[in-house]
Design a protein around this ligand. Structure first.
Ligand code: HEM
Length: 503
């Protein structure tokens, strides 16, 4: 017998075994549409992934699998499945997907994208206890109060002349100012120099993180830069690095010159430099870690926060009865002579449910994004190690099985007996705007102190006239990884009272 038939049969055997293994494996994956070679299901996905997933899941059920080029993903929008994935299997899904842009821009040292290892655990503790813990947040209260006063005064000036205001821009400046002062003691809305550059860079980074890079998902394009992506993110990285290097070096100089007696509230840079200089720290922090954390906070904490107030305000303008009821609550609890402050929020239950309802319909981060660290069995399905997990919060908030009249803005639903227990802290799987489990958002407390107060102060002092001919705010979304409004919110503030800060 010659060797040729033997080689032929051996190859056939190996090939069949491989095909059978692939079929067996794919049978155990959650259901999915037919995939095309190389691109997988890319042809079924539009610019807003959460919209595309929403449409597909109405056909393929509460847990479906999807191929984004060469990358395998699973998608769910069911609260029960989410609970099984992110509570029962919290450790398995405690990692995130990264991308070439994220790796470069965050010095491959990001906290938000770090795997669940000693570095992430150290930073998680530092972030929740020190950087965004209750003591630090209290220390920064004057910054938040001051910025809110600036915003309200600015709106008052505009209301005197009857001029329109781009609320989107103003809210973004407001949240940017708060984060950049907490971190670096600089205000991002100043003109020129570091302040302006910081704001521009934050915007560019958020944009590029939200864009789709074909080289990340189709392996044949891995080494090519067909969209000019790499060139762009490398340029942003160079500018961001030089800005932060400058700020850190100046601060180090100041710290050396500082006399012991000079007492000032430490910003986050001071706290981090203390850790960096501490020889006994359990993790040796580097300058790159500090720079990456600033980028994490700038990108994770600014437009999410401004977007929340913007969507809620837009809903109130389109629902005058809800607005009126909220204003009545504020008038009763706070009155019209002083401005709402953070300590009032616990006494403003209607404002709180307005924020929840807004999160339900407009989650600022519509898809939670995790990656499986090992194989995971969910029901009869196997989710293989390395699979991306997308929890579609946007779709969850629109599910008629979970919510009555899901497309209607009805804050009262959270006052009803069946829903009154639901909060946003990640324990109620129907409403997860800040995520859940160990990778849940560490900025939750800051956001939930700042955002209801800001919304309440704005509607306490003003009614907002829309400039569109029909007097209605357009509620469409712009495509991207977050869910910003398609059109900036532009309206004319009309003063309804003048609390003491404006006199
Ligand atoms: C309305 C405001 C905000 C919303 C809706 C929001 C939402 C989220 C969501 C959905 C996640 C992913 C959670 C998960 O995977 O389970 C997240 C993570 C994160 N957020 Fe926020 N966030 C907000 C404000 C902030 C603020 C103010 C900061 C910081 C100053 C911040 C810093 C972070 C960081 C660092 C992570 C990554 C945590 C990790 O991977 O361990 N966020 N946020």
């Amino acid at each position: 017998m010659t060797l040729q038939p033997l080689i032929f049969y051996a190859s056939l055997f190996i090939l069949s075994a491989l095909v059978l293994k692939a079929i067996k494996h794919s049978r155990r994956l959650p259901p999915s549409p037919w995939a095309l070679p190389i691109v997988g299901h890319l042809h079924l996905l539009g610019p807003s992934l959460h919209h595309s997933f929403h449409k597909l899941s109405t056909r393929y059920g509460p847990l479906m699998s999807i191929r984004i080029g060469s990358v395998l993903g699973v998608v769910t929008s069911s609260p029960d499945v989410t609970k099984e994935l992110l509570k029962t299997n919290d450790v398995t899904f405690a990692a995130r997907n990264s991308s070439a842009a994220i790796e470069c821009l965050t010095y491959n040292s990001s906290f938000a994208f770090a795997p669940n290892g000693p570095y992430w655990q150290f930073m998680k503790k530092l972030t929740t206890v020190e950087l965004l813990g209750s003591r630090t947040l209290l220390q920064f209260l004057p910054i938040r109060t001051n910025e809110l006063h600036e915003l309200i005064r600015f709106l008052f000036e505009k209301s005197k002349s009857g001029g329109s205001v781009n609320i989107t821009d103003e809210l973004l400046k407001f949240t940017n100012n708060i984060i950049s002062q907490m971190m670096l003691s600089i205000r991002c809305s100043g003109k020129g120099g570091q302040a302006e550059e910081c704001r521009t860079l934050a915007r560019e980074v958020t944009e590029i993180f939200g864009e789709f890079n074909i080289s990340d998902v189709i392996w044949v394009f891995k080494s090519f830069d067909i969209q000019g992506f790499r060139r762009r993110f490398k340029d942003i990285h160079r500018r961001f690095d030089s800005l932060l290097e400058n700020i850190i070096t100046n601060r180090e100089k100041l710290r050396k010159e500082k006399k012991e007696s000079e007492e000032k509230v430490k910003d986050l840079l001071d706290i981090l430099l203390d850790v960096l200089e501490n020889q006994n720290s359990e993790i040796k922090l580097t300058r790159d870690h500090i720079k990456a954390l600033f980028l994490d906070f700038l990108t994770a904490g600014t437009d999410t926060s401004s977007m929340t107030v913007e969507w809620a305000l837009a809903e109130l303008i389109n629902h005058p009865m809800v607005l009126q009821k909220a204003q009545q609550e504020i008038d009763q609890v706070v009155g019209r002579n002083r401005l709402v402050q953070e300590s009032d929020v616990p006494h403003l239950p209607y404002i709180q449910v307005i924020i929840k309802e807004s999160f339900r319909i407009h989650p600022p981060i519509p898809l939670l994004n995790r990656r499986a660290l090992e194989d995971c069995k969910i029901g009869n399905y196997i989710i293989p190690k390395g699979t991306l997990l997308f929890v579609n919060l946007w779709s969850m908030g629109r599910d008629p099985e979970t919510w009555k009249n899901p497309l209607e803005f009805q804050p009262e639903r959270f006052l009803s007996e069946s829903n009154s227990e639901i909060d946003v802290r990640g324990l109620h799987y129907r409403l997860l705007p800040f995520g859940t489990g160990r990778r849940g958002c560490p900025g939750l407390s800051l956001a939930m102190q700042e955002l209801p107060t800001t919304l309440a102060a704005m509607i306490q002092c003003f009614n907002f006239k829309v400039t569109s001919p029909d007097g209605v705010v357009d509620m469409s979304e712009r495509p991207g990884l977050s869910s910003p409004r398609a059109q900036d919110l532009v309206c004319v503030p009309v003063a309804r009272c003048a609390p003491s800060i404006v006199n």
